[in-house]
Design a protein around this ligand. Structure first.
Ligand code: ZN
Ligand code: MN
Length: 151
């Protein structure tokens, strides 16, 4: 768990940097820190629209950009699909369902050893790495077997 999973730590960072905690920022942050679903900007917009009266999709995009720049959330991009947003800013791994697009976390700290090994073998200074897993989620597997039985 990162310290920036803790909203109090995030708000402290805002204060140090003179960033104002607007209602939009607070609602988006609270949503992302508690939601395990890695929502898109559109999904975030639909969620907060019902909670804040004056909010546009543009505001949501601007807020997400600012939160990403402040390194309290991260953006996950998947080729030409819409970016998804993750309330955990630390490097971790994701599995994407190829049928429904669902994205879930998969954590395996051992992968950090790959960076150390790569540095040793190449004399690079490694800053980051990416690993993406793709498959079919349990819900979509169930749908597949249902149609298999009825056909
Ligand atoms: Zn699925
Ligand atoms: Mn994640």
């Amino acid at each position: 768990m990162t310290e920036f999973n803790d909203l109090e730590e995030v708000y402290k960072r805002f204060k140090e940097r003179g960033i104002r905690l607007t209602p939009q920022r607070r609602v988006i942050l609270e949503y992302l820190k508690t939601c395990p679903n890695h929502p898109t900007a559109e999904e975030i917009y639909h969620y907060i629209k019902g909670r804040l009266s004056r909010v546009s999709l543009g505001t949501v995009y601007n807020t997400l950009h600012m939160l990403k720049e402040t390194k309290v959330i991260q953006e996950l991009s998947f080729g030409d699909l819409s970016s998804r947003y993750d309330g955990c800013p630390e490097n971790h791994y994701h599995i994407t369902c190829e049928k429904c697009g669902k994205v879930v976390d998969f954590n395996r700290p051992l992968f950090n050893q790959i960076e150390a090994e790569a540095e040793q073998k190449t004399d690079f200074v490694i800053n980051t790495h990416r690993l993406e897993l793709y498959g079919v989620c349990r819900d979509c597997q169930a749908v597949g077997s249902e149609t298999g039985l009825t056909s």
